[in-house]
Design a protein around this ligand. Structure first.
Ligand SMILES: Nc1ncnc2c1ncn2[C@@H]1O[C@H](COP(=O)(O)OP(=O)(O)OP(=O)(O)O)[C@@H](O)[C@H]1O
Length: 803
């Protein structure tokens, strides 16, 4: 016997069932069975749910090649995964002991899950037999009584079966309709689901749009709030500003009124100032006249003293001379009067007369006291030339340059110039610049030039009566320190050019030029003057030096330039039509500072030593020639009484000038104070008027701006209102939509639920019908099949008997 005990409740993957399942046409052959009758149970199950109408999965079952089941559709009877059993199908096994079960047209899914074969009891077959005679052969054919009974019952049953089959058919139809309606409902449900999905998508996108809209609205409202705050702050600020401006305007109008009130007073002041100004103008005029007079007198004194003045200075005996026991040949007894005696040998004494004689005891200060008036002339616009002449080693450099602790004329001159320039700073402005030159072997060298050029420096005429050396450095100096630095630079540069500084210095002319540009701040008169301070080369005679070659050339050049200087001075004194300035570089450079209105001071430097007597006499003779020629006999005879008178006049004029200066200064101060007060008042008044105008303008523009801002604010608020309304409208719309969606969802879900319920009910009903059908089928089909089988076999037998 082959039987499965598997209980199929749900769709499960039971291997035994699968293994026994087959598709298509197949048969099971059971061998070695005892001949006789058997009950066969067939267990069916539709494992896979296969949708489709009834009659799609039908198959036939044959037992011993007799069709016991025709067009069986399990699914339509029990549905998916439900077992169906055919029980107690009776079959006879012949002498061959073989039972053949054949399945035909099994399609779709496996259906046969078990076969049960049981032997039928023999007793059951032993029924009382009846005999019938065959019409053809008259043979008696045994017909069991029971068979007749059974045939009656079978007919009864057949009828019942027909009823039941009919009912079953009806139920199947109903089920089919229910199934179709369920399918349709399912389809509708799917459609609704899809619609619902679409709606949900729509709702979602609407939500998103709403969120975006809300965010936008939030941004707009934030911006609006921010703008509102800014505008409110701006309006507050403007209000404050307007208030401040109004206060300022009140203040300014008050001040303007005050100013207007003070106008008469101011007018009075202006009149007074105008009076003072005219007074001042008079005083200025007088002051200028006085100054001109003073200048004239000063000049007259200078002229009286001589435009070319000669000072003689004798140095002390040097250590070497003392140790060599050289005696002094110079007599200073009448030095105070400018007289100098030189012992020329024995008791012979030669006398010389100069403007001043400085003994070895006289120091640099004493020397400069007498030289300073000449120096100051350069500030009055005169060209001045001071030079030191004499034999080497007689103190030319000492007099002109001096030492660090014993400054000479050069330094003191500049010092004096700055001092006087400062004193005159209220009436004059001065610009001072300095050049330092050297003339060696008739060649000009710029000692301030940072780089020496190969180009020769030449003297050129800049304009009528003005000569200069183009390309020469003119260092602008504003104080003593700067002058000292320039002098040092010149001195250093001079040293660079030679191995032995002293030797070189004695063989070249060192020329310091101080250029002064002045402006009279009262009259506006400008002058351009220069002061030459020249340390000449040694004047020793050629014969004595006894030199040759380069030194001879140097000495010749020195002699030539010095004699050219003498010639120029002579020509000037003689008022000659031609002054031979161009005979040497020295005189050519000094052209505009020697002669004319210029003033010249010569220091003749001498040695007291008997050893230098010859050179001393030579120098003194040259100096005498210069002085003698210049002053001339007529000029020498100056009336001292007249001079004294002029001096007294000058002193008086100076005194008066000082007093007037003082008065003028005070008046000027007063005037300046009044003018500045008037100016400041004017300025204040003007400023305030301007301020009032500005403020009025600003106020106007601010009011306009304020109005514009208010307008803008109002417009913005209107816009915002509109936006807020739109926002509220949108929010309402969104809410409405949400409500609609909710309602729709609710109604749709309700309808769906209802439908689902209905469908479930229908399904339940169908299930119930199906189970009923199944139950009926089970109840009916098996016996029916049995009866059918029995009847068929009996009919066969009957046919056989009948045949
Ligand atoms: N009045 C003086 N009192 C003291 N010493 C002096 C005086 N004059 C000149 N001497 C000294 O004499 C020496 C020579 O002077 P200085 O060099 O000035 O002569 P010089 O004429 O310029 O010579 P050179 O022509 O060589 O340049 C220096 O040592 C200087 O200090």
């Amino acid at each position: 016997m082959f039987k499965t005990e598997d209980d199929i409740t749900d769709a499960g993957d039971y291997p035994s069932i699968y293994q026994s399942a087959r598709c298509g046409n197949f048969c099971y052959e059971f061998k070695d069975l005892l001949p006789g009758d058997y009950f066969v149970d067939l267990h069916f199950v539709e494992i896979i749910c296969t949708n489709g109408p009834k009659g799609m999965r039908v198959f036939n079952v044959f037992m011993q090649e007799e069709k016991v089941l025709s067009e069986l559709d399990i699914y339509s009877i029990v549905g998916a995964n439900k077992p169906l059993q055919l029980v107690d199908a009776r079959v006879s096994v012949g002498e061959n002991g073989t039972l053949v079960l054949r399945f035909e047209g099994v399609c779709g899914s496996p259906v046969v899950s078990g076969i049960c074969i049981r032997r039928a009891s023999k007793l059951a077959l032993k029924t009382k037999a009846e005999y019938v005679v065959c019409n053809n052969c008259a043979a008696e054919i045994e017909v069991p009584q029971i068979k007749l009974l059974k045939s009656k019952a079978a007919s009864r049953y057949e009828k019942k079966i027909q009823d039941l089959t009919h009912q079953c058919q009806l139920k199947t139809n109903e089920c089919y309709e229910a199934w179709m309606s369920l399918t349709a409902a399912n389809e509708q449900l799917d459609k609704i689901r899809m619609e619902l999905g679409d709606k949900l998508c729509q709702v979602h996108s609407l939500d998103q749009a709403m969120e975006k809209q809300t965010e936008k609205l939030k941004d707009v409202s934030d911006k609006y709030e921010r703008d509102q705050r800014t505008w409110v702050a701006a309006i507050d600020n403007l209000d404050k500003k307007i208030k401040i401006m109004k206060r300022e305007q009140t203040q300014l109008s008050f001040e303007a009124h005050e100013c207007a009130d003070s106008v008469p007073e101011l007018n009075k002041m202006v009149f007074a100032v105008q009076g003072l100004v005219s007074q001042c103008e008079d005083l200025k005029l007088k002051y200028s006249e006085e100054q001109a007079k003073r200048k004239k007198l000063h000049n007259q004194i200078q002229e009286a003293k001589g435009n070319i003045r000669v000072f003689c200075r004798c140095r002390p005996l040097s250590k070497e001379e003392i140790s060599a026991r050289y005696s002094t040949v110079v007599d200073f007894d009448a030095a105070k009067d400018g007289d100098l005696g030189v012992l020329t040998g024995g008791s012979t004494k030669k006398h010389f007369k100069f403007d001043r004689v400085f003994t070895p005891k006289d120091d640099q200060v004493d020397v400069f006291v007498d030289a300073s008036p000449m120096v100051v002339s350069v500030l009055d616009g005169y060209n001045v030339c001071i030079f030191a002449y004499g034999q080497t080693g007689t103190g030319k450099t000492f007099t002109m340059e001096g030492t660090e602790h014993n400054r000479g004329v050069n330094y003191r001159t500049v010092e004096e110039l700055f001092k006087v320039a400062n004193e005159r700073s209220e009436t004059f402005s001065y610009s001072i610049s300095v050049s330092v030159l050297e003339v060696y072997n008739e060649q000009i060298r710029d000692l301030l030039a940072t780089s020496q050029t190969s180009k020769k420096l030449e003297v050129k005429q800049a304009s009528e009566g003005v000569h200069h050396v183009p390309g020469v450095v003119e260092a602008k100096v504003e104080n003593l320190k700067q002058v000292w630095d320039v002098l040092q630079a010149g001195s250093n540069s001079r040293a660079v050019g030679s191995n032995n500084v002293n030797e070189h210095s004695s063989r070249s002319h060192c020329m310091l030029c101080i250029m002064v540009k002045s402006k009279n701040l009262i009259t506006g008169e400008c002058t351009n003057s220069k002061l030459w301070l020249v340390d000449l080369a040694g004047s020793e005679r050629l014969a004595k030096t006894d030199v040759q070659g380069e030194r001879l050339k140097e000495a010749q050049n020195i002699n030539r330039s010095l004699s050219a200087l003498g010639d120029v001075i002579s020509a000037l004194a003689n008022k000659s039509s031609h002054i031979p300035y161009r005979n040497s570089k020295l005189t050519h450079i000094l052209q505009d500072s020697l002669g004319g209105d210029s003033k010249t001071l010569m220091f003749v430097q001498i040695s007291p030593s008997e050893n230098d007597l010859g050179e001393t006499l030579s120098s003194l003779n040259f100096a005498t020639r210069v002085r003698g020629v210049e002053l001339g006999p007529a000029k020498k005879q100056i009336d001292t009484g007249e001079l004294q008178k002029m001096k007294t006049m000058l002193d008086k004029a100076r005194q008066e000038s000082r007093l007037k200066d003082e008065a003028l200064r005070k008046l000027e101060e007063n005037l300046q104070n009044l003018e500045s007060k008037a100016r400041s008042k004017d300025q204040v008044c003007k400023n305030q008027q301007d301020k009032v105008k500005d403020l009025e303008g600003q106020l106007g523009s601010n009011i306009e701006l304020h109005n514009q801002m208010e307008k803008q604010l109002w417009q913005t608020m209107e816009k915002l209102k509109g936006k807020e309304e739109a926002y509220v409208r949108l929010q309402n719309k969104v809410k409405e939509l949400e409500n609609k969606i909710r309602e729709r969802e609710h109604s749709e879900s309700m309808a769906l639920q209802q439908k689902v319920k209905e469908l479930e009910n229908k399904l339940k009903e169908r299930d119930q019908h199906q189970s009923e059908c199944l139950f009926l089928q089970q109840k009916v089909i098996a016996p029916l099949a049995w009866f059918y089988y029995v009847i068929t076999s009996m009919l066969q037998k009957l046919n056989f008997v009948l045949l």
